[in-house]
Design a protein around this ligand. Structure first.
Ligand SMILES: [Zn+2]
Length: 123
């Protein structure tokens, strides 16, 4: 399975999604709307929505499953660290770029779908 490296624009959208998710998981939903989206000014909100290509981008993974999920919160923090290191979006198993759809569905994932399945099989 080969996927292309996410573009800087896609990465920025995913980063904003992670920050927004982090706000949700921290139980700070107000923050999701006011601070997380506004980090780069109002323009960020517009860009994120445009990048997503869908206005349900956030709703897909935000409020339902993940609230107060501390494991996911840790994963998000680590994903943000990977952003700093320039490794975000890369599979920790096979070092390939993770499929874009997968990143959108689970922006804090560290494995491509192949390695994730393998890990689940082996555990
Ligand atoms: Zn992999």
């Amino acid at each position: 399975m080969t996927a292309k490296k996410p573009t800087p624009k896609e990465l920025e959208g995913l980063k904003q999604a992670l920050i927004g998710l982090r706000g949700v998981l921290s139980g700070d939903i107000k923050n999701l709307h006011e601070d997380a989206f506004g980090i780069n000014g109002e323009k960020a909100t517009v860009d994120v929505e445009a990048d997503a290509g869908s206005d349900s981008f956030y709703q897909e993974f935000s409020l339902e499953l993940l609230q107060h999920d501390e494991t996911a919160l840790r994963e998000i923090d680590e994903a943000l660290v990977r952003f700093e290191g320039g490794n975000f979006g890369k599979c920790e198993g096979c070092q390939e770029w993770i499929n874009k759809e997968r990143l959108r569905a689970v922006p804090y994932t560290r494995f491509c779908i192949g390695c994730q399945r393998k890990a689940e099989r082996d555990s």
